[in-house]
Design a protein around this ligand. Structure first.
Ligand code: PHE
Length: 350
């Protein structure tokens, strides 16, 4: 290999070893710079004869062009590699699905409460709201619940600070205190009619809301929902309650194919008392009696605590479990799913 060929190949090697533009410019200087190897060769031509200058000059020029071509190629290669690197670093994966705004929805129990309110509302029932922190009076005493009733024990009731020993505050264990709270207001409003022996507009109200008991398993949650119903007038009977409740169940479950039964039971604030069971005649739940509500004729002592004469006014109350109604309606088998806050469960009710 002659001197010029080996110069070209050492330029190729030097350029290949340069991995950044700066390194490449250094390598270039070794060959094409002011004191680079090619430049030195050109300078060395000064002593040659004109004849030799011509051939030598042409040969050096060929080598110089080859080196320049190598340089250009290497510059391009480095620029391409840099571009490639940048593109990779800034890559957008256009195959990723777009980010959507999450769509919220009502909780299944809220859907049930809305449904209950809508149905009873259409039957002329008012919807009332009451405090979740109750007094012992409204939660128990006014509801004819004796001092020694087991429901008052620390095991069932969450007591909260701020009350007194005689009048403790507690988390209401049911929505029944709303019977007395609502009735007292209603009676206050119509006292003049009642005292004048005139007709009082009937009390017809439901009171849905949260209730609390020291209880927790697949079918009990320390926080759960109830919906109280109260209907008081001078001419109301168990038959009316049954008609209204049957209507409610058929509308709620969108089925004509169900029957109701009143099964004797006990509550301190109703006498007689009953559990309301329903039975579907068709569909996945057919044939089983399902308990949906407690109910009964409001106890005379409670009617008295409402400010009404039990000889003149008669009332019916019921207290149902919206959580259980939701489970039945949607086929949910574990109550705790409602309160875990798992979006995979909740989003199915949107
Ligand atoms: N409060 C009762 C309970 O929690 C239910 C009920 C309400 C029963 C009204 C009769 C009348 O079990």
């Amino acid at each position: 290999m002659n001197e010029l060929d080996s110069l070209v190949s050492s330029a190729r090697e030097a350029f290949a070893q340069a991995t950044t533009p700066a390194e490449l410019e250094n390598a270039k200087a070794q060959f094409l710079g002011k004191s680079g190897r090619l430049t030195e060769l050109m300078k060395g031509m000064a002593q040659l004869s004109p004849e030799d200058k011509k051939t030598r000059g042409a040969a050096i020029n060929v080598a110089k062009q080859a080196v320049e071509a190598l340089l250009t190629a290497r510059r391009q290669a480095l620029a391409d590699a840099e571009l490639e690197r940048q593109l990779k670093a800034e890559a957008l994966d256009v195959t990723l699905p777009g980010r959507q705004q999450g769509r919220g929805g009502l909780h299944p129990v809220s859907l049930t409460l809305e449904r209950i309110e809508g149905i009873f509302g259409s039957m002329g029932f008012d919807v009332a709201d009451g405090p979740e922190i109750e007094t012992d009076w409204f939660n128990f005493t006014a509801l004819n619940t004796p001092e020694d009733h087991p429901a008052r024990s620390m095991h069932d009731t969450f007591y909260v600070e701020g009350g007194t020993l005689e009048a403790p505050n507690l988390l209401r264990t049911h929505t029944s205190p709303m019977q007395v709270r609502y009735a007292v207001q209603h009676v206050k409003k119509y006292r003049h009619l009642i005292d004048a022996g005139q007709a009082m507009p009937e009390i017809r109200v439901i009171a849905p809301g949260r209730t609390y008991r020291v209880d927790s398993d697949a079918t009990h949650s320390p926080m759960f929902h109830q919906c109280e119903g109260l209907w008081i007038g001078e001419n109301v009977s168990f038959k009316d309650l049954k008609v209204v409740f049957t209507d409610f169940c058929k509308t709620f479950f969108e089925s004509e194919d169900l029957v109701l039964r009143f099964r004797p039971s006990f509550f301190p604030f109703t006498e007689p008392s009953a559990e309301i069971d329903i039975q579907f005649q068709s569909g996945p739940l057919a044939g089983r009696w399902l308990e949906v509500s407690g109910a009964g004729q409001v106890h005379p002592n409670v009617v008295r605590n409402m400010g009404l004469d039990p000889e003149r006014f008669i009332g019916f109350a019921f207290g149902m479990g919206p959580d259980r109604l939701t489970m039945l309606r949607y086929g949910v088998n574990d109550l705790r799913l409602f309160f875990d806050g798992d979006i995979r469960f909740l989003s199915q009710f949107r």
